[in-house]
Structure formats: structure tokens, C-alpha cells
Design a protein around this ligand. Structure first.
Ligand code: G6P
Length: 479
């Protein structure tokens, strides 16, 4: 018998709150940087919601607690789980595979075993607290087996899944030794959401190839088998976004604007400030960006005294070897550029290896004439949308890789192929030289798009589809 039950449960690898322990040993839970919680908070409060996930530290046992009207249910991961399920299978197998093998994925059976058992623990925890006929929304690639496991435990539930990262073409996906189990795991959901139309297409194709089901976009039909009746699953694109209004309000605050002016001054008032903001990840194309910038300085098309690149690279997955190597490469390149083109008191790259609060990010966006998003592959890229949301002055130029989900929507950005270094160099120069009327025209169009398709729109569309498709009790969610 369960002692608690919730009508709407979200489950993700990480909880939306981070546990912080102060110097004096007191514990606090800070809201994490993700926009997901902002989007879901009102729905969860109304629908009696709970959020199940990992608190980010090894062996942490913590009782469930309430936070802003949401029940937070922390799950414990051991050091072994972290090494095999999280750093191993999630971030050294699935992550590189799903990002088009930019880095080589490692396939280890012991990691897979751990992925299965941790997914089962997440499914058990959710099954134990969800009310009869309730709705569960499973998030991201770390938990792809949860939908099927949950359906087996609780056939009464309505189950949604959203994949925040790309879903690769079958030729790549088929490398995975456990490809059939993953696809079967996902097919336990009623609705499977992807960032791009192409991702949903890649998934449907994998289902056809591996399971032989009939697909007619957006539907996938599972024939009846034994005592299981036939089922229809929806696989469709729901591009995620940010809380655009909140971001704009932040940027409009006088202290944020004053901070933006201060940043420009602190950087020596260069003619042009360019900005990169990324998790330090090999999918982000930071090396390609630096190469283009280095060459532009070398060619004399940019003059070091006039221009400045601020690169914020927030630390990420630092125990995974590929990430360690990447950090060394990036820091070597930054050192080279500053060594080659720096003068006393001015270095052309300001490299910051830490995260910043949202206020500081908004000020940086306002201070930046050109925003560089040069990812080699990215599910969406919310930084691009944040930059646009912050620019209430209708100024600034977004240079955006075609390999991001955001580029499907943000067509008025200066779109680039980051593999084409010459093309990227031309685009950077074009962005720097773009006349004010063109900047304004493009930024206005971008801002309209980001305002209309914000994160509330995203969650509403997903939950509506889920409610409609299941004609179950999830009716009312997302209204
Ligand atoms: C991406 C993934 C998220 C993940 C985040 C940070 O955005 O889609 O699921 O939480 O990166 O990565 P981390 O490994 O620190 O959770």
C-alpha cells in the first residue's frame, strides 16, 4: 500500500533543485538553471504533482519534501551507479551516439546492466507514488527504459516521454548493441516527444526497422499480442523553449542594464563584443568557433584591439575522459590566441570556466553585439533563445548553427555550418558589419517567434496531446 499518491508525476535524471551544503553544514535546495521547472510549476501545483529524480551527489539518502507546492522525491544513486549508469552509459555511450558520434561512444555491457537496473529503480519509485489513472512525464535519454517498465508495473497510467537531445539517423543508432531494448523501452509511452521533426522521423524509422510496426506520421501502431490489445503511440516534434517573458523582464531591470554597461567598460569598450555561452561539451563546437576567430585575427580581417570574444564555458561531466580532453584542448587554444594577439591590458579572448547566475547572463547577453552558437549537434540550444529574449532593444546579431534544433525556428539568425570554417568566418564578419536596420528587422522577427513559442506553450502542447491521445484522466493538464 502506498502512503502517498500524486496525479501528475515528472521524472528526470536530475531533480529541478540542487542540494547545496553551506560551510556551517546547513543544507539548502537551490532551484537549478533549467526552465523546465518554471514551465511545469503551475501545472504541478494545480494537479497535485511530484517530481522524482537524483539530487546530484553520491549515496545521498533524503526524505521527500515539499518545495513551492511540488513534492520533491530524491532517489539515491551509489558511486557505482554514477560511474556506470550516469557517467558511463548515459554520457559516454548514449550522449556521443545521439550527437552523431562527434566523439566515439563506448559500449560496455556492465554499463548497460547498470542503466537497466537504475531505470528500473526510477520506474519502481514512480509506480509507488502515482495515483490510480495518473499521468507520468518521463524526461530525457537517461531514462528511456522507464516508459515500458512503468507500463508493465502500472498499466492504468498515462505515460509521456520527452527526448531533450537529438535522436540519430538509423545508420548511427543501429551501432547500439541494445538498440531494440531502447526502442521497446520508449514505445511503452503513449506520446514520445522530440525536439525536431527529423528526430521524430529517425525514431519512427528505427521502430519500423527493429520492431516491424506500421508508422504513419505521427502515429506508430503496435499490433495486439497475447493478452495485450493493440495500441497507438504518437511520436512527434514539440520544440522546447524558455520562459521568454521572465527573461525579458530580467534584462529590463535597471541593475542588469547597468551591469551590461559595466561589462563593456571593464572589457575596455571594444568596438565589438562577441559572446559564446556553453556547457563545456564537445557537441558545442567551441573549438571550431575559436579556430575561426583565430584565423580572422591572423588574416587581419579582425583587429585584436577592436574586438573581444567572451567565452563562458560552464564545467560539465568532469569525470568523463572525453570532457577532460576537451577542456585541455580548449584552454590550450585560448592560450594560443591570447598569446598570439594579446597586448598588455587586452586579450582577445576572455575565457570563464564557471557558471553564472541568470542576472549576470542577461547582462552579458545585453553587452554582446554578436552571439555565437556554433554547435556541431544540439537538441535545441536554449542559449540562442535566451539571447533573443534578452534583446528587448531589438539589437544584437545571432550567429546560429544549422545543426541546432533552434535553427528550425530561428530562421532570421545568420545561419552557419560550423564545419565550414571559411563560411563561419564570413558569417562572423557579416554579423559584425550588419547595418542597424537589418539587425533590428531580424531581431524583431526572432523575438516574435521566441515570445509566441515559449516553454509554457511547449508543455501545454505536449500535455494536451497526451491527454487527447490517452482519453484518460490527464484531461485538464496543460489547459
Ligand atoms: C542536457 C541534457 C539534460 C542534462 C543537461 C546537463 O541538457 O539534455 O538531461 O541534465 O544536459 O547535464 P548533466 O549531465 O549535468 O545533467
Amino acid at each position: 500500500m502506498v502512503d502517498e499518491s500524486y496525479a501528475f508525476v515528472v521524472v528526470s535524471n536530475r531533480l529541478p533543485v540542487d542540494r547545496v551544503v553551506d560551510d556551517d553544514g546547513t543544507e539548502r535546495w537551490n532551484q537549478g538553471p533549467g526552465g523546465l521547472v518554471t514551465a511545469l510549476e503551475p501545472i504541478m501545483r494545480e494537479a497535485d504533482g511530484a517530481w522524482v529524480g537524483w539530487a546530484g551527489a553520491p549515496d545521498l539518502e533524503h526524505e521527500p519534501f515539499d518545495r513551492d507546492g511540488i513534492r520533491i522525491v530524491p532517489l539515491t544513486l551509489s558511486q557505482d551507479d554514477i560511474e556506470r549508469y550516469y557517467e558511463g552509459f548515459s554520457n559516454d555511450t548514449l550522449w556521443p551516439l545521439y550527437h552523431d558520434v562527434i566523439a566515439p561512444p563506448s559500449y560496455h555491457r556492465i554499463w548497460w546492466d547498470s542503466y537497466v537496473s537504475v531505470n528500473q529503480r526510477f520506474a519502481n519509485a514512480v509506480a509507488g507514488i502515482t495515483a490510480h489513472g495518473g499521468t507520468v512525464w518521463v524526461q530525457d535519454y537517461q531514462l528511456q527504459l522507464v516508459p515500458r517498465m512503468l507500463r508493465q508495473l502500472r498499466p492504468d497510467l498515462t505515460i509521456g516521454f520527452f527526448n531533450h537531445i537529438p535522436f540519430p539517423a538509423y545508420g548511427i543508432f543501429s551501432q547500439l548493441p541494445w538498440r531494440t531494448q531502447i526502442v521497446e523501452g520508449l514505445m511503452g509511452a503513449d506520446v514520445i516527444g522530440f525536439q525536431r521533426v527529423a528526430d521524430a522521423g529517425n525514431f519512427s524509422r528505427a521502430v519500423r526497422r527493429l520492431l516491424g510496426y506500421t508508422t504513419k506520421s505521427p502515429y506508430i501502431d503496435i499490433p495486439a499480442r497475447g493478452e495485450h490489445p493493440s495500441r497507438r503511440v504518437v511520436a512527434k516534434a514539440f520544440p522546447i523553449s524558455i520562459d521568454a517573458q521572465a527573461f525579458e523582464q530580467l534584462a529590463r531591470r535597471p541593475e542588469v542594464q547597468a551591469r551590461a554597461a559595466q561589462i563593456r567598460q571593464d572589457l575596455g569598450n571594444p568596438t565589438t563584443i562577441m559572446l559564446g555561452v556553453d556547457r563545456l561539451d564537445y557537441t558545442k563546437g567551441i573549438g571550431h568557433r575559436l579556430k575561426a576567430y583565430h584565423e580572422l585575427l591572423g588574416d587581419g580581417r579582425l583587429v585584436a584591439e577592436d574586438v573581444m570574444l567572451v567565452q563562458v564555458a560552464s564545467p560539465s561531466r568532469e569525470r568523463v575522459e572525453t570532457y577532460r580532453q576537451l577542456r585541455d584542448e580548449i584552454e590550450l587554444t585560448v592560450g594560443r590566441i591570447n598569446g598570439d594577439f594579446g597586448v598588455l591590458g587586452h586579450e582577445p579572448v576572455s575565457y570563464l570556466h564557471h557558471g553564472f547566475p541568470r542576472e549576470e547572463m542577461a547582462a552579458l547577453y545585453l553587452a554582446a553585439d554578436v552571439m555565437l552558437v556554433t554547435a556541431l549537434r544540439d537538441g535545441m540550444n536554449l542559449v540562442a533563445k535566451e539571447y533573443v529574449a534578452a534583446r528587448f532593444d531589438d539589437d544584437g546579431v545571432l550567429v546560429l548553427s544549422e545543426f541546432t534544433g533552434a535553427s528550425d525556428e530561428l530562421r532570421q539568425a545568420v545561419l552557419i555550418n560550423p564545419h565550414d570554417i571559411d563560411g563561419m568566418k564570413d558569417a562572423i564578419v557579416r554579423a559584425i558589419e550588419m547595418p542597424r536596420p537589418e539587425r533590428r528587422r531580424r531581431m524583431r522577427a526572432l523575438r516574435k517567434r521566441v515570445r509566441e513559442n515559449d516553454v509554457a506553450h511547449w508543455s501545454r502542447e505536449f500535455l494536451r496531446t497526451l491527454a487527447r491521445h490517452s482519453d484518460g484522466p490527464s484531461e485538464g493538464l496543460g489547459e
